[in-house]
Design a protein around this ligand. Structure first.
Ligand SMILES: [Zn+2]
Length: 471
């Protein structure tokens, strides 16, 4: 599902938060410094990681997983506590950091080892040779998701060397096809459905303003379900000089028109309420009024209409479905035998994909428009509860570097590994330790890069989270 790749970013996933950047007075920035040897090791792991071309089908996943294993074993992990398993055409890595209290359920650390394809000829530098230049590490995966994999691995290695003993097991569970089919993710989610909770390095994170000041920290605790529906109309066709009433393109266009006019009902959950509340202090005018009214009355039609008209908010309000692709006909002088459209939906957490399909069929109101769901990558999942222990741990970790910075729970447009863990009943939180500017976010794009200056903060972040939540 390559199309899905376009919708996920580490920082931009914090829907609408970038818009706040201008309006916030940032607290003083004091990015932490960690031990130079640890910094160097983390940077080295990231550089090496980029060198493994772990794109779909390239066959490099086992070698990359073996490399990560070697780092952990060198730090003192028992080789038997690290398992690399082939799954489909990729692999998973599971590393057990044994806790002292076996009655406690494990804490999962999630990340994905695969990356989106990158073509040498399109990039300024070889995407699979890490280059450190102008304060950035360049390379495919430097952000998504090898940055956090490297930070988590370096942190676990450091804690092992120091002899730290968690009370609950900490399990690093890395998937191998998050960007495509998520077969390995589904396997890990069912393997660890008994876990207490999961921390995912592939979502959430801090936003810096263009002059480098912290703006907000986003904690991802839910995601919309991604679904592509295909609408197909087939006709016998014929010569275009003899048109009849039947025309596949016209028929499809009318169905698309009816779908475009339909609005799914507005919905709220704990996450979107928290998101709207957190936005309020930074806003004024009609949007602020509408948010206040919407929070007071979830059925306030005027408020919903105001917010729906703003692309920055509509995604937080409801399931959205929109036409994104169309093809039809086979010659300029022939009646079309076929017309096909893609309807892309972002489904509100807790709503079943099948229910959305049924609604679309009803709205299209034409039995000759055949609706199918070709993909299988996404799964519907509820938002995770904003647990006090998680909120406190994240607040402590973020405030250690950025005192007073606002921490905003968010529901992203999906889809990360977390949706499968949430679907399996494991509360999952996107809590990346990476702080970066919106203008530095090239995840999935050309010349992807991570700021070297973000490494120390991310290491301190994971150290703090683990010590708070795995005690
Ligand atoms: Zn990712």
């Amino acid at each position: 599902m390559k199309s899905r790749s376009q919708i996920k970013h580490c920082v931009s996933a914090l829907i609408g938060l970038a818009a706040m950047a201008t309006a916030v007075s940032a607290p003083a920035a004091s990015p932490p410094k960690v031990d130079q040897a640890l910094h160097d090791q983390a940077l080295g792991i990231l550089q090496k990681s980029i060198g493994f071309r772990t794109v779909d089908g390239a066959g490099q996943m086992p070698a990359y997983a073996e490399y990560l294993k070697s780092v952990l074993v060198e730090a003192g992990f028992a080789p038997g506590d690290i398992t690399i398993e082939p799954v489909a055409n990729t692999a998973t890595l599971v590393a057990h950091y044994r806790g002292t209290d076996s009655s406690k359920k494990p804490l999962l650390l999630l990340g994905h080892m695969d990356v989106v394809e990158a073509k040498r000829e399109d990039w300024k530098r070889d995407p699979f040779t890490a280059v450190v230049e102008n304060g950035y590490v360049f390379g495919r995966g430097s952000v998504d998701n090898k940055f956090e994999i490297s930070m988590m691995t370096a942190t676990l290695a450091k804690l092992k060397r120091e002899g730290w003993k968690p009370r609950r097991d900490v399990i690093l569970a890395l998937s191998g096809d998050e960007e495509t089919q998520m077969v390995s993710t589904r396997k890990l989610a069912s393997q660890f459905k008994h876990a207490e909770l999961a921390l995912n390095g592939d979502a959430g994170g801090g936003l810096l303003s263009e002059d480098g000041k912290p703006v907000v920290y986003g904690l991802q605790a839910g995601e919309k379900t991604y679904a592509d529906f295909k609408l197909t109309v087939t006709n016998p066709g014929g010569h275009s000089s003899r048109p009849g009433k039947v025309n596949a393109i016209n028929q499809l266009a009318k169905a698309l028109d009816r779908i475009a006019a339909y609005e799914f009902p507005a919905m709220q959950n704990e996450l979107t309420r928290a998101y709207f509340k957190a936005s309020l202090p930074k806003l004024s005018g009609p949007i602020a009024d509408a948010i206040k009214k919407y929070l007071a009355d979830p059925n306030d039609a005027a408020a919903i209409a105001t917010l729906s008209a703003d692309p920055g908010y509509v995604g937080q309000l409801r399931t959205t479905c929109v036409a994104t692709q169309i093809e039809g006909g086979h010659a300029p002088n022939a009646l079309p035998q076929k017309a096909v459209a893609n309807i892309n939906c972002r489904i509100f957490p807790g709503v079943a994909v099948a229910d959305v399909q049924k609604t679309l069929v009803d709205v299209a109101a034409d039995p000759e428009v055949v609706m199918t769901l070709p993909g299988s990558g996404s799964a519907a999942s509820d938002a995770s509860p904003l647990r006090a222990d998680v909120m406190n741990a994240v607040t402590k970790a973020v405030h250690a570097s950025y005192p007073g910075l606002s921490i905003v729970p968010s529901m992203s447009a999906g889809a990360t590994d977390s949706m499968h863990f949430r679907g399996a009943g494991v509360p999952s939180y996107g809590v990346s330790g990476l702080f970066m500017k919106d203008s530095d976010d090239f995840a999935h794009g050309l010349d992807e890069r991570a700021p070297v200056a973000a490494i120390d903060g991310a290491l301190a972040h994971w150290d703090s989270l683990l010590k708070a939540l795995a005690r």
